[in-house]
Design a protein around this ligand. Structure first.
Ligand code: PLP
Length: 385
């Protein structure tokens, strides 16, 4: 019996980047195509479908096709960054359109929506990410064109109910897009829950090695909105470099083991510090006491992700000291890499940030969890000396 590749588990598809063998050399890894242009046929046609390097680059296709398979979508596009991918989703709307988005979300995108995209002509309502009723009140039938979700949402890891909010949005004639960067396609498949569009900062878990800035969009179906998104990428020129696209597909081959390991360690670390005398609160969807825990259990499978936040007793100064005293947890922004990172979030987001001043955001890498716990213990002890 020949098994169809469609039957393979997602982990198998990812490990082999869909299993393609390059036909000329029989190479098991895809080639890099740096070409900026493609030859026309003698009869003036472009039968291979590729004309020029801005809209077309075959190196993108490995990661795009793999992501489409993992997300259960119809097509994917790589972008030059997560922000470029998200921006394309908004620029493909029209001035005058209304958008609903979470108040606590990736801060760079929140600022872009509040600033330049509002000047461009979008009206944006910001609501509590965890409050489905707030979405229901904010969505205006006929006027709202896009509901943006980020779940778990940065950096409090609130969980939004994708299925329930998709129903509300669709009833009002709006699409739903999910920034699924933190959940990854391993733990959540938003399209199966009703989402129309999935966005990732490929910079994070998809690539996983803190050496590529990239973004992705995956659509549930090919329609006029998706065609507008394709045009935005091509016309704005928000394309990834060839080598970065190649690195991204390489990173995605180990996505499963990295996300599984980070999720297991994050749960252990969250449980360890949840009742710690020097910690005021641990925010992690995997903890039974977390507000969104039950919803996360339904919506996520295989783990609750590698991101958590701790609120340090002693306030802002103690939190900053903890981040200063860790050795293994590196003080840096970003997330989803093999190395663990720690960040005092409010210092990054500035005085208007809705994030509490005692909050440290932790991105759990693939190191041994005991080492990460020990390092955090000694830093907490120094901060409270
Ligand atoms: C990093 C990040 C982004 C932005 O992605 P870039 O690749 O840095 O442009 C968007 N959303 C989330 C959740 C992120 O973590």
């Amino acid at each position: 019996m020949v098994m169809r590749s469609n039957d393979d588990h997602p982990a198998t598809k990812a490990a082999q980047a869909l299993g393609d063998i390059e036909p000329i050399t029989k190479s098991v890894t895809p080639p890099l195509y740096p070409a900026t242009t493609y030859q026309r046929d003698a009869d003036n046609q472009y039968r291979n479908g590729r004309v020029y390097g801005r809209p077309h680059n075959p190196t993108f296709e490995t990661a795009e096709r793999l992501l489409t398979a993992l997300e259960g979508g119809a097509a994917s596009l790589l972008f030059s960054s997560g922000m470029a991918a998200a921006s394309a989703a908004f620029l493909a709307l029209r001035p005058g359109d209304h958008v609903v988005a979470p108040e606590v979300m990736y801060w760079g995108l929140r600022n872009w929506l509040k600033g330049a995209m509002t000047e461009w002509g979008l009206t944006v309502s910001f609501v509590d990410a965890a409050d489905t009723g707030a979405f229901a009140r904010a969505i205006e039938p006929g006027r709202t064109k896009l509901v943006w979700l980020e779940t778990p949402s940065n950096p409090t890891w609130a969980i939004s109910d994708i299925a329930a909010i998709a129903k509300l949005a669709h009833a009002a004639g709006a699409r739903v897009a999910v920034d699924s960067t933190v959940a990854t396609p391993i733990l959540t498949q938003p399209i199966a829950l009703g989402a129309d569009l999935v966005m990732h900062s490929g910079t994070k878990y998809l690539n996983g090695h803190s050496d590529v800035i990239a973004g992705t969009l995956t659509t549930a179906r090919i329609d006029e909105y998706w065609e507008r998104i394709q045009l935005v990428r091509s016309n704005v020129g928000a394309i990834l470099g060839t080598f970065e696209a190649w690195l991204l597909q390489r990173g995605m081959r180990t996505l499963h083991i990295r996300v599984e390991r980070a999720s297991q360690s994050a749960l252990r670390i969250a449980e360890h510090f949840a009742s710690h005398p020097l910690v005021a609160e641990v925010l992690y969807p995997g903890l039974p006491g977390f507000a969104g825990h039950e919803l996360a259990r339904q919506q996520m499978s295989g783990g609750f992700g590698g991101m958590l936040s701790i609120r340090v007793k002693g306030g802002e100064a103690a939190a900053i000291t903890v981040a200063a005293e860790t050795r293994l947890w590196k003080r840096a922004t970003s997330l989803g890499g093999v190395e663990s990172l720690i960040e005092h979030r409010q210092s990054v987001e500035g005085p208007t940030s809705p994030v509490p001043p005692d909050l440290l955001r932790l991105s759990v890498g693939i190191e041994h969890a005991d080492d990460l716990i020990g390092d955090m213990e000694q830093a907490l002890a120094i901060a409270h000396r």
